[in-house]
Design a protein around this ligand. Structure first.
Ligand SMILES: Cc1cc2nc3c(=O)[nH]c(=O)nc-3n(C[C@H](O)[C@H](O)[C@H](O)COP(=O)(O)OP(=O)(O)OC[C@H]3O[C@@H](n4cnc5c(N)ncnc54)[C@H](O)[C@@H]3O)c2cc1C
Ligand SMILES: *[C@@H]1O[C@H](CO)[C@@H](O)[C@H](O)[C@H]1NC(C)=O
Ligand SMILES: *[C@@H]1O[C@H](CO)[C@@H](O)[C@H](O)[C@H]1NC(C)=O
Ligand SMILES: *[C@@H]1O[C@H](CO)[C@@H](O)[C@H](O)[C@H]1NC(C)=O
Ligand SMILES: *[C@@H]1O[C@H](CO)[C@@H](O)[C@H](O)[C@H]1NC(C)=O
Ligand SMILES: *[C@@H]1O[C@H](CO)[C@@H](O)[C@H](O)[C@H]1NC(C)=O
Ligand SMILES: *[C@@H]1O[C@H](CO)[C@@H](O)[C@H](O)[C@H]1NC(C)=O
Ligand SMILES: *[C@@H]1O[C@H](CO)[C@@H](O)[C@H](O)[C@H]1NC(C)=O
Length: 500
């Protein structure tokens, strides 16, 4: 703790007041430091504070000590230096969509550095590399690179999600099996470290920072600018939707056989290549397979569809439609628009979610699927959904990389499941945790993991490190942490810590 290097005399008056008001000594020091350096900051007494502090997940609302609204890299550097000097924990906020509200600190009293002014999107026409401010939301990113040069990146569907959290902890969309995760497209970073220095990190400069930030940046630093390698936007995307609004849950064998067939299709090299991905959405009544194929309708109907429908029960709805890239993004945004406001974003949900990653070598067994069926169809089921996304299978670019490439371990999954309980989130905790335990418990021979971007606040730090990173990778991350942030300035309840 470097608390006492500051002159005691300078702060004596402030500290006396602070102890009267019950405010912590560190907090007075950091507030003096921020105002001395003219860092734009919103305090609890500001009328904007609550709106700025509000996370996407209103189930977990924390009170940051203060909210810094930097306009320059120097502001970020000064804010981090002040917090480090005074022993206050720091988290960046990009889109604020953390399932655990970690961008609000994951506890009360942290310093939030909200990057909403870092909203530049600038495409280099020659290299196809785009410079992206650390606070850009995915919809504005997709729209910007398409407008500037008909380019595209692989990333998630929700246009309000921020690049800052998304691209540093994975980043999956339907074209990820072809182009990789959002994380895989990062070729350079401007990042502010715990000692307040701004560095440019790439494969060759600050290579350890570049490696660790791609998988654990919440513990490493604050990215003010990403450089990402774009692709030519697909000419057309064929979107498909096979829906079972009744029937699937009426019979356990049908439920199990349907998924086992989908799993066979996913692994069938004659029909599946990198151009396709899908998710199965289910909520106890609706069961639908929706996905995207990078190609024409005719090609899709000739290749993949027959195998899909060969042994699946007949869907109630079959919808296969061709879209331009931007129209496809609008379709999956669920709100038919991808442009987001630069300030005042105001969409929220009250939820609890977690994830399961399923190794490709094992897939799901009938026993695990049966346990899932039993859990969903018996007892009192709250409002929930499960989405099972295809990550692996023939041609998957996601699974071509390993932990040498980036500090990200989920490179061998066939499926990644998101189990999401809502309305209101707290009441669904036992159901979602129970469902997850029922599925994984019925397949004990498999080592399941979890997906970093569906960060699960119900895990202890140890459980989280094991599920997200595993012992070996976590050990490597601890070494980088010790080098660049030994005082654990960047912290949330599941952050990488220097030692146990
Ligand atoms: C509605 C919704 C839809 C989603 N859809 C998908 C999807 O299709 N595919 C998918 O893969 N995921 C999806 N997600 C999950 C999403 O990818 C993660 O929640 C992601 O981490 C959110 O990023 P953010 O910047 O909005 O979050 P924030 O809450 O701002 O940040 C999350 C974490 O990253 C850190 N961080 C943020 N910015 C930076 C930065 N610039 N530098 C360093 N650290 C930073 C924060 O401190 C925090 O610890 C979805 C989430 C929601 C809520
Ligand atoms: C709000 O709080 C900050 C930090 O405690 C303080 O510096 C500032 O003077 C306060 N502003 C008002 C208007 O009370
Ligand atoms: C955004 O881009 C403009 C124009 O290139 C530049 O002047 C500004 O400094 C950039 N802002 C940030 C936060 O990078
Ligand atoms: C793979 O798909 C082809 C084409 O539809 C089919 O003939 C073959 O039986 C499938 N293989 C398996 C193992 O299901
Ligand atoms: C197919 O899906 C699109 C997009 O959701 C919708 O506009 C269209 O009406 C659907 N067509 C049918 C036949 O359901
Ligand atoms: C499942 O989703 C459908 C479509 O959104 C909805 O009509 C239905 O009520 C949901 N069922 C449950 C159990 O949540
Ligand atoms: C829900 O749980 C969180 C975390 O334990 C808690 O902070 C919050 O107050 C709870 N909300 C309600 C409505 O009980
Ligand atoms: C800040 O930390 C980085 C990473 O450890 C180091 O390379 C750099 O020299 C440090 N800068 C200063 C000014 O101490």
């Amino acid at each position: 703790m470097k608390l006492f290097i500051l002159s005691a005399g300078l702060f004596a008056a402030g500290l006396a007041n602070a102890s009267l008001a019950g405010i912590k000594r560190e907090q007075v020091l950091v507030s003096n430091c921020l105002s001395n350096k003219n860092v734009p900051t919103q305090w609890k007494n500001s009328s904007e504070y609550n709106t700025l502090a509000e996370p996407f997940n209103t189930r977990l609302v924390y009170e940051p000590y203060a909210i810094v609204l930097p306009e320059t890299n120097q502001h970020v550097q000064d804010a981090v230096a002040c917090a480090a000097e005074c022993g206050i924990k720091v988290q960046a906020k990009s889109g604020g969509h953390s399932y655990a509200s970690f961008s609000s600190g994951g506890k009360d009293g942290s310093l939030m550095i909200f990057l909403q002014a870092f909203n530049n999107v600038t495409l280099n026409q020659e290299t196809g590399i785009v410079s992206v401010g650390g606070g850009v939301r995915l919809g504005n990113l997709a729209n910007g690179i398409y407008d500037q040069g008909k380019r595209a990146l692989p990333h998630g569907t929700c246009p309000g999600v921020g690049v800052g959290g998304h691209a540093t902890h994975g980043g999956y969309g339907h074209v990820s099996r072809e182009y990789g995760l959002a994380l895989d497209t990062i070729v350079g970073l401007d990042i502010v470290l715990a000692n307040g220095s701004l560095v440019h990190a790439t494969e060759t400069e600050y290579a350890d920072v570049y490696w660790a930030c791609r998988g654990a940046c919440d513990s490493i630093g604050i990215v003010t600018k990403f450089e990402m390698q774009t692709h030519a936007a697909p000419e057309s995307i064929t979107y498909f939707d096979f829906e079972y609004s009744t029937g699937i849950y009426k019979d356990k064998d049908t439920y199990i056989e349907t998924f086992l067939h989908i799993q066979d299709v996913a692994l069938n090299t004659t029909v599946v290549d990198e151009r396709i991905s899908w998710g199965i959405y289910e909520n106890g009544s609706l069961y639908k397979i929706g996905g995207a194929f990078h190609g024409t309708i005719d090609d899709f109907k000739a290749t993949v569809v027959p195998e899909f429908l060969r042994t699946l029960p007949t869907p109630n709805v079959i919808n296969i439609t061709s879209y331009s890239w931007i129209d496809y993004l609008k379709l999956v945004s669920d709100r038919n628009a991808i442009i987001e406001p630069l300030t005042g974003y105001d969409e929220h949900d009250d939820f609890f979610a977690k994830s399961i990653t399923v190794p490709e070598k094992d897939g799901f067994t009938a026993a695990a699927l049966g346990a899932k069926y039993d859990y969903i169809t018996t007892g009192k089921v709250p409002s929930f959904f499960v989405i099972t996304n295809l990550y692996g299978g023939p041609g998957s670019a996601i699974n071509e990389k390993d932990t040498e490439f980036a500090a990200y371990r989920d490179r061998d999954s066939l499926w990644v499941l998101q189990l999401y309980g809502n309305k209101p989130g707290n009441t669904s905790l036992p159901f979602i945790n129970g469902l997850t335990a029922a599925i994984t418990g019925a397949q004990p021979q498999t080592e399941f993991g979890a997906y970093l971007n569906y960060v699960d606040p119900s895990l202890s730090a140890d459980e989280a490190h094991k599920l997200y990173y595993g012992e070996e990778l976590y050990g490597e991350l601890q070494k980088v942490k010790e080098e660049v942030d030994p005082d654990e300035v960047f912290w949330n309840p599941q952050a990488v810590v220097v030692s146990a």
